[in-house]
Ligand binder design. Structure first.
Ligand SMILES: Nc1ncnc2c1ncn2[C@@H]1O[C@H](COP(=O)(O)OP(=O)(O)OP(=O)(O)O)[C@@H](O)[C@H]1O
Ligand SMILES: [Mg+2]
Length: 464
């Protein structure tokens, strides 16, 4: 017998007793019992919602899954990978760092906790393209200068946030002059398909005065990811950008995780005092991913098939962007929202309009007429504009809108020649300025217009 054996036994029994007293099981392992559609059901395991588990039979490549709900003793999980090949009876183990049960002679270890998701964050992400799990997609080698960080949601006390006070130069004339964006503002970009969302986001990514651009490509076509990065962002935009891509064929859990990860990357840079521009394409696809998950685990659908949890998730995501604590960095965010035609009934568009501080509406009829960026000035609004620009600028913007909208209201009359010049001086002025106003609103995708250029162009239009 080894001379230290009694001591080692005493230590082992002591550790085992502490664990038993604390109610910590020696090993946590559940069994997969059911798979319906997207949802995995496991028994014999008690893990908190939001934690990660590995699922697989011994010898198979395990699949990562997240706990998304429970009912009695059954836990519901959503896979983050391909579930092809999983079979009933596979083991379900929390993805926490493995902590072996106490063993004779081994040093005491902390008990295993729930597996929290950790993803790479760090300055090494700049210039890189990653997927929702933090793996590089750009064939540029492993990520350097990053560390795995827990993905918990950190809330900022609303009273500690800086208000939006400073204008942000987006490089887009119509936005700078008529829909001025403030640093830390959150806006929606409402549009149907193919009316120029990606091109407009790309222009902002290239020309906005920000230290870091974070782009979340969520639930869009896979082909678009490459196109966006190579053609629209270009090498110039890419240098200061981080792209997180979770395309349409990724499991719904990863599409949601992609949006959360992109936001976490933006928070990382904001907390270092940088001014970040977060471009999320699209918020609707994020809500749709949540709809898939919620319906699959049995939440009843409410508005247009969206269960209530979808509407709760939107503000949780959006509230994470904005200004940081007392002057340290900011996240100005644009979320695209799919809204076809004049469909004001779309529940996601409705919910988004309520939680964002402004909306830019792209119009299909403008795009069809070759008017780009196809921003519908009459329908768009920036709710912080009056806080961030001087009075004279605000007055001019108001005058421009009034004239433009005056013309639009009487457009049919004017075009069929039913309007007699001279009978309405305001309309005469609008008709006279229309060509200049239209030229002002249009901008080539490779042209940038600084804030100073935009405001002087606005003055020039009104004084012409
Ligand atoms: N500023 C611009 N100048 C010239 N052409 C533009 C401009 N913006 C958009 N376009 C044209 O509109 C087309 C569609 O634009 P884009 O791909 O950005 O639309 P989208 O709304 O992202 O479409 P989808 O819904 O399919 O993703 C482009 O291929 C381009 O030809
Ligand atoms: Mg697009």
């Amino acid at each position: 017998m080894r001379p230290d054996a009694p001591l080692a036994w005493a230590a082992l029994l002591g550790e085992a007793r502490t664990r038993v007293d604390a109610g910590v099981p020696l090993e946590v392992r559940g069994t997969l019992t059911r798979l319906t559609g997207l949802v995995l059901e496991a028994v014999g395991i008690r893990v908190p919602v939001g934690s990660q588990c590995w699922i697989g039979a011994p010898g198979d490549k395990p699949v990562l899954a997240e706990v998304v709900g429970f009912a009695g003793d059954r836990a519901f999980l959503m896979p983050a990978g391909d579930i092809q090949g999983l079979s009933s009876g596979a083991s379900v183990v929390p993805a926490a760092p493995y902590v072996p049960p106490p063993a004779l002679g081994a040093a005491p270890r902390p008990a295993p906790g729930p597996g929290v998701l950790r993803l790479p964050l760090g300055d090494g992400l700049l210039g890189r393209v990653v997927d929702a799990q933090g793996f590089a997609l750009d064939h540029a080698g492993a990520l350097l200068g990053v560390a795995a960080q827990p993905m918990g949601r950190r809330q900022i006390n609303a009273m500690d946030r800086d208000p939006v006070r400073e204008p942000l130069d987006t490089g887009v004339r119509a936005i700078n002059a008529l829909l001025t964006v403030g640093r830390g503002q959150r806006l929606g970009l409402f549009a149907g398909s193919g009316v120029g969302k990606s091109v407009l986001l790309g222009m902002m990514a290239r020309y906005t005065q920000a230290d870091v651009i974070v782009v979340g490509l969520i639930g869009e076509r896979g082909r678009e990811v490459k196109e966006f990065i190579e053609d629209i962002l270009g090498p110039e935009g890419r240098r200061r950008a981080v792209v997180v891509a979770a395309p349409a064929d990724a499991p719904p859990l990863l599409r949601m995780q992609g949006a959360a990860y992109a936001t976490a990357v933006a928070e990382h840079f904001r907390d270092k005092g940088r001014h970040v521009l977060l471009l999320m394409d699209s918020l609707t696809r994020y809500a749709m991913a949540q709809r898939e998950i919620a319906l699959a685990i049995g939440e009843p659908p409410a508005t247009k098939g969206y269960p209530p949890s979808c509407f709760a998730k939107l503000p949780q995501l959006v509230e994470r962007s904005g200004n940081g604590l007392n002057g340290v960095g900011s996240i100005t965010a644009f979320y695209t929202v799919l809204s076809e035609g004049d469909d004001q009934q779309d529940p996601i568009a409705d919910a988004a309009r309520a939680i964002l501080d402004g909306h830019i509406v792209l119009s299909r009829s403008l795009a069809e007429a070759g008017h780009f960026p196809a921003i519908d000035i009459e329908q768009s609004a920036s709710r912080v504009m009056h806080n961030v620009i001087p009075r004279t600028h605000m007055e001019r913007a108001r005058r421009f809108r009034a004239l433009y909208s005056r013309y639009q209201k009487s457009r049919d009359l004017v075009q069929v020649g039913a309007y007699m010049a001279g009978s309405d001086p305001e309309l005469d002025e609008a008709i006279r300025l229309l060509p200049a106003m239209e030229r002002f609103l249009q901008q080539d995708m490779f042209e940038s217009a600084s804030m100073a250029q935009s405001t002087s162009a606005l003055a020039a239009v009104l004084e012409s």
